[in-house]
Design a protein around this ligand. Sequence first.
Ligand code: SAH
Ligand code: SF4
Length: 353
Amino acid sequence: MSRFDLSREELAAILAGEPAYRVDQVWDGLYRLHADPSELTSLPRMLRDLLAHDPRLAPAWVLVAETTSDRDTTWKWLLEAPDGARVETVVMGYRTRTTACVSSQAGCAMGCSFCATGQLGFGRHLTSGEIVEQVVLAARHTEQAGRGRLGNVVLMGMGEPLANYRNVLAALRRCNEELGIGARSMTVSTVGIVPGILRLAAEPLQVNLAVSLHAANDALRDELVPVNRRYDLDALMGACRRYVDATHRRISFEWACIAGVNDSPRDARELAGLARPLGAHVNLIPLNPTPGYAVAGSTASAVARFRDELSDHGVNVTVRNTRGRDVEAACGQLAAGVAVGGLRRVAVGARLA
Ligand code: SAH
Ligand code: SF4
């Protein structure tokens, strides 16, 4: 549970007996100032103290470890809930635009062979407030670092967002309505849960969709991404088509380049065959090594060749820059206790907010 799970009515019940405008003050304190109630000097001292000790308004997350890239452009947090559930949140500051990469579950049940989170197994779903609270922490950190407002939110941390559909949707809605983050600035990344994609296509809130493809034929995808046995590429591409037609949003395909597994020119041509008809943008990420998967990421030259082959076949493609190795591609690494190259540990045991 998180204070960001509370509805306005529930907050009003906590503040019963106080003047009605106190509800707005505390609500705005949480969502606009990204403040802890104990910091709200607009409140009378007594009330502030009372709220500071109310468990319903306590922060959901404690910071267990923080790492940052050398140039202080990327921060990665390992967060822990009172029940011991651990997730990670990454804040990436590219120039003026900062992106929060947040988790939707502790662990993940999808079991993708190359993924550190998948190797951990499933812990539990996060509540919508626990997801929102990661975004608020990122927004607060961005402002405190003098980087303006948080720009984007991507659900590419731990967990499969569409396997926790209801809470993820509620979190996206709240980020939109209360934190002022536009639907175009939010991205859901999925391993390919077809019913979830179809449901998302029909939502009034139309966010960006990233599909973690990694293989463009069923035989290989069955192996890398076990959920493909349930929702094969035909069904997945059908759902992607529906998403594009319903939302007119460009979707992206994520592709972790794995040496000798999915990085040949033939793989690129197969991928082009899926991406081009959908106008999908392809993001290439060299595989980040994990202990449970003994295959290396593709070499830079293999990634470049793969990219060129896609371009030659009319596909828009981006190679995630090497900082991806620090953080973007490091899905689940911190929680798995794996050292992440290029990041240094800066604090342990501190409390956020
Ligand atoms: N479950 C969702 C979102 C979280 S994973 C999904 O799978 O899309 C975020 C991204 O990191 C996905 O694209 C995933 O395929 C990728 N990823 C996982 N492990 C990785 C690794 N070891 N190297 C590179 N990318 C990885
Ligand atoms: Fe889960 Fe995504 Fe990792 Fe697969 S890649 S195990 S869906 S977090």
